[in-house]
Design a binder for this molecule. Structure first.
Ligand SMILES: NC(=O)c1ccc[n+]([C@@H]2O[C@H](COP(=O)([O-])OP(=O)(O)OC[C@H]3O[C@@H](n4cnc5c(N)ncnc54)[C@H](OP(=O)(O)O)[C@@H]3O)[C@@H](O)[C@H]2O)c1
Length: 284
């Protein structure tokens, strides 16, 4: 089986790269918009280039980790976000390969109060959420055999994310103020990568939409306290309301995802969020 991982230099792509190994019957190709050591160049919005790479390498499966992930910038340039998060996903989905694609909790309104299931009504409130939802819809239209995994609050030792930002500010400042009225579940990208590998290397491909985050629930305030505690960084953290923070883009108040479907379909045991965090900090 020949497997193409797109967006291989991103948080999730890197965690996948670190966990894969070549075997006699499994060959991996890692691609990103800009080439690097062990990474071939591929712009997923370029249909001819995608087709060429897929055909020349006889790709059987695509794992799409590439995306336009800057929520604030997407608000100002929705057209570019749409090209990457929706049009390119349609291109990848029409390659006559299997495809596993990553989506987001931002497809939901974030106004509920019980964990969101896969078939709950979607109602994105942001440009990022809209474009990611269009990606899901486009993919299922051209490739009903696709697997889509929605995740949330992703972090890793690589790229920019909340954990790295809080560690930096926590070391530089005496006090941090962090919102406590936005609740969700952090996701260590390494744990998501493990789940993806279990799915794609197993014999049990079951098309559909799934939810995956780490287990448990916390606010960004609780998350910050735990990050600093585990890292041994001394800094006072004060809880504030979202209304006290100048967000450019509305953020969901409640974005906990129900993971029962992915757990039971693929027999997964999902780590608790503080355990994922401690493994990430060790890897840093
Ligand atoms: N981060 C989160 O909190 C979060 C939450 C929920 C869901 N997700 C979803 O999880 C998935 C993985 O997220 P992530 O945080 O790992 O993303 P990421 O770190 O932003 O990685 C995305 C990668 O895609 C690359 N890329 C950009 N444009 C491309 C193009 N035209 N062709 C090919 N590659 C391109 C990026 O390169 P450049 O860096 O050079 O642009 C980057 O290496 C995404 O689908 C995202 O929507 C993320």
């Amino acid at each position: 089986m020949n497997i193409l991982v797109t967006g291989a230099k991103g948080q999730l792509g890197t965690e996948l790269r670190l966990r894969t190994r070549e075997t006699e019957n499994r060959h991996w190709i890692f691609a990103d918009i800009i080439a690097d050591e062990g990474i071939v160049p591929l712009d997923i919005t370029d249909e001819a280039a995608v087709r060429r790479l897929v055909e020349e390498n006889r790709i059987d499966l695509i794992i799409n980790c590439a995306a336009y992930t800057n929520v604030d910038r997407a608000e100002e340039d929705e057209a570019t976000a749409e090209r990457l998060n929706a049009d390119a996903v349609r291109i990848l989905g029409s390659m006559q390969t299997r495809i596993l694609h990553i989506s987001t909790d931002y497809v939901f309104s974030g106004e509920g109060w019980i964990p969101c299931r896969e078939d709950d009504p979607v109602a994105p409130r942001t440009a990022y959420g809209r474009t990611k939802l269009h990606g899901e819809e486009a993919l299922l239209q051209v490739n009903p055999d696709a697997i889509i995994i929605r995740t949330a609050w992703l972090y890793s030792p690589y790229g920019n994310n909340f954990v790295k930002t809080m560690l930096k500010y926590g070391k530089e400042r005496d006090k941090l103020t962090v919102v406590y009225d936005q609740v969700g579940t952090p996701t260590y990208a390494g744990d998501l990568a493990e789940a993806i590998l279990t799915i794609v290397t197993g014999e049990n491909w079951q098309a559909g939409i799934y939810h995956f985050t780490n287990e448990g629930v916390c606010s960004w305030y609780d998350f910050t306290i735990e990050i600093l505690r585990q890292a041994g960084v001394q800094c006072r953290v004060e809880p504030i309301l979202s209304s006290q923070y100048a967000y450019k883009t509305p953020r969901p108040h409640y974005s906990v995802l129900d993971k029962a479907k992915i757990r039971s379909t693929f027999s997964l045991t999902i780590p608790y969020w503080t355990d994922g965090l401690s493994r990430c900090l060790k890897a840093m």
